[in-house]
Design a protein around this ligand. Sequence first.
Ligand code: GLN
Length: 445
Amino acid sequence: MITLKEALKLSKEELAELKKDLAAKIEENSEINAYIDVKDFGDGVPIAIKDNIQVKEWEITCASKILQGYIAPYNATVIDRMLEKGLSPFGRTNMDEFAMGSSTETSFYGKTLNPKDKNRVPGGSSGGSAAAVAAGLAVAALGSDTGGSIRQPAAFCGCVGMKPTYGRVSRFGLAAYSSSLDQIGPMTQNVEDAAILYDIISGHDPKDSTSASMVYSPVASNLNPDRKLKIAVIEKYVKDASEEVQKAYRKAIDALKKEGHEIVSCELMDAKYDISAYYIVATAEASTNLSRYDGVRYGFREKADSLRKMYFKTRSEGFGEEVKRRILLGTFVLSSGYYDAYYLKAQKVRHLIKDEYAKVFEDADLILSPVAPTPAFEFGSKKDPLEMYLSDVYTIGVNLAGLPAISIPVDETEEGLPVGLQLIGNHFEEQTLFDGALSLERALG
Ligand code: GLN
């Protein structure tokens, strides 16, 4: 598939040709189920959009039954910015329902297959976007990352996925899952494309009160893979990962050393605390954010003879099992008598995690870390929800701390499964992050 950088140079006629080919290829590969819907939404370079980002006058479903038939009344800010820069939405990609999951198995529209091995998950929750890019069914895509949902599917499918610093990209028009953690970011074929798309969607937006109001300096035009950086590794994280991930890790370290970077070792507290804090904060915020889907204003509604029953039936029927589990969990941790013990405690732990990362960045420019403990796992292999949550162990600390990170394909297993690793940067140090990522990509060939 043509890269985003190249596609931006195409004439109108060539773009039309590209879109025709793309539509045919998506149709041919419909078994992968990367898209919920395909439609050409403008004259620009076609970009796949995760189905929790609003495109005006198009359905937005978050892969949930409860939003079926709901038409977005306005564009997300990222969509407006894309349209201004010659990019346009071309399809809505599949995902875990409301972005809650790590495998894209919870979509109301059926699972997405990993293009590298159809018995395995593409990762999640942005599994459709990752599969589309990796299978050559998209030039580039947008995903969202609350606890790893861009980076982990990118690592499982073999593409690049980048999560910006919290506040860097507007969340206006992104269906909220956990508002203090959510960020939209690019999923692309290579690092440079990620930088290009990141530049297009970034910068202050008065419509998002958590958007950072600082001057934005573009990264793509300033990429410098020759900068020598100090890169920290977290020994403990690596020891706990599978042999395949450890092998990729050694490969990345060798490559980085060859590029002239200095590798230092760092410690972070046990990542089990990240999991506990995340699944309290995220579910608490989700329970609040999802209370709006009551059958009155959005999409699906069950008929009933009283308002109360209508709420009950709509939410019981409209939400899938995992979403309901999280609403219940979140409601519980916020309920009176438990708030201090769970939610407040989790917020304190979140601060400690943030402080620990800050300490590492006093000395290092970047951190190299696994994205997931294993390569893509088989469908149905994580039936226990807790087991699924544990697969997020290396990604969610970044969201709790609000840091930027990028997942890059580093290695392949004997069976041909991609293994991605992530570089993590300090707040708003995306330039350093992309420079390091480009250097790693170059070294890996
Ligand atoms: N797997 C994590 C969760 O289920 C992260 C999802 C995401 O980043 N949207 O919450």
